[in-house]
Write a protein that binds this ligand. Structure first.
Ligand code: AMP
Length: 209
C-alpha cells in the first residue's frame, strides 16, 4: 500500500505519518527530511537545496524527483510508502505515476491562521527529529533522547506565510489530481483525533495493522 499525505506545510503531515508508519509498517518518505539530511551532510547539493528552502521556495521539480527516485529504490520501500511532502506540484505527481502506484491521497485540512499559530510554536529535536510544540511543551530538550530542541528556519512567521502562498498556488491543484482516491480529514483536534478516522480508512483499504 502506498499513500500520499497532502496538506499545507504545518498542517500535521509529519505527525500523522509517524502514527501511520508505526501501526501499518509503512516507510515514511519526507522529501523535506531527505533535503535536510543532505544539508546536514554539508554537500554542495545540500547548499543548493538550502538556498531554496530558506526562502520558502520549492526545490525545482527535476532535482526533487531525482532525489526521491534514488530513495525509493532502497529495499525498505517494498513494505509500502507514505509520501510526506511529495508530490507538491502536478509535474511531480505526473512523475510519481512512473515510480509507484498510489492507493490513496489523505488530505489534511487546517485553516491557515491555525497553521501559522502552530508553525511558529513548532520545535524539532536535533537528535531524533521528534516534533514538539511550545503550546504544550515547555522543555528545551527532547523528552525521549534529551537532544536539544530547535526551531526550523522555515518555521519563522514570514517564511511560513510565503510557504502557504506557494502551497495555495502550486500544490492545491493536486487535490483535483487525486480526487478519485482522496480522503479528507481535519487536524483541528488533537493528533489522536486526526489519526482515528485515517486509521479506519486505511484498515478499510486493506492496510495491515
Ligand atoms: P517540509 O519539511 O515538507 O515542510 O519541506 C521543507 C522545504 O523543503 C519546503 O519548503 C521546500 O523548500 C522543500 N521541499 C520539500 N518537499 C518538496 C517537494 N516535494 N518539492 C519541492 N520542494 C520541496
Amino acid at each position: 500500500m502506498n499513500i500520499i499525505l497532502l496538506g499545507a506545510p504545518g498542517s500535521g503531515k509529519g505527525t500523522l505519518a509517524k502514527k501511520i508508519t508505526k501501526d501499518f509498517g509503512l516507510v515514511q518518505i519526507s522529501t523535506g527530511d531527505l533535503f535536510r539530511g543532505e544539508i546536514a551532510g554539508g554537500s554542495e547539493l545540500g547548499l543548493k537545496l538550502k538556498s531554496y528552502m530558506d526562502k520558502g521556495q520549492l526545490v525545482p521539480d527535476e532535482l526533487t524527483i531525482k532525489i526521491l527516485s534514488q530513495r525509493i529504490t532502497k529495499p525498505d520501500c517494498k513494505k509500502g510508502v507514505i509520501f510526506d511532502g511529495f508530490p507538491r506540484t502536478v509535474a511531480q505527481a505526473e512523475a510519481l505515476k512512473n515510480i509507484a502506484k498510489i492507493d490513496s491521497a489523505v488530505l489534511i485540512d487546517l485553516p491557515f491562521e491555525e497553521i501559522e499559530r502552530r508553525a511558529v510554536a513548532r520545535r524539532v529535536c536535533s537528535k531524533c527529529g521528534e516534533i514538539y510544540s511550545t503550546l504544550d511543551y515547555a522543555g528545551k530538550n527532547c523528552a525521549k533522547c534529551h537532544g536539544e530542541l530547535f526551531q526550523r528556519d522555515d518555521d519563522k512567521l514570514e517564511t511560513v506565510r510565503l510557504r502557504l502562498e506557494v502551497y495555495e498556488k502550486t500544490t492545491t491543484p493536486l487535490i483535483d489530481f487525486y480526487s478519485d482516491r482522496l480522503f479528507k480529514v481535519s487536524s483541528l483536534g488533537s493528533p489522536e483525533d486526526t489519526y482515528k478516522p485515517v486509521k479506519n480508512f486505511l484498515l478499510g483499504l486493506g492496510g495491515k495493522k
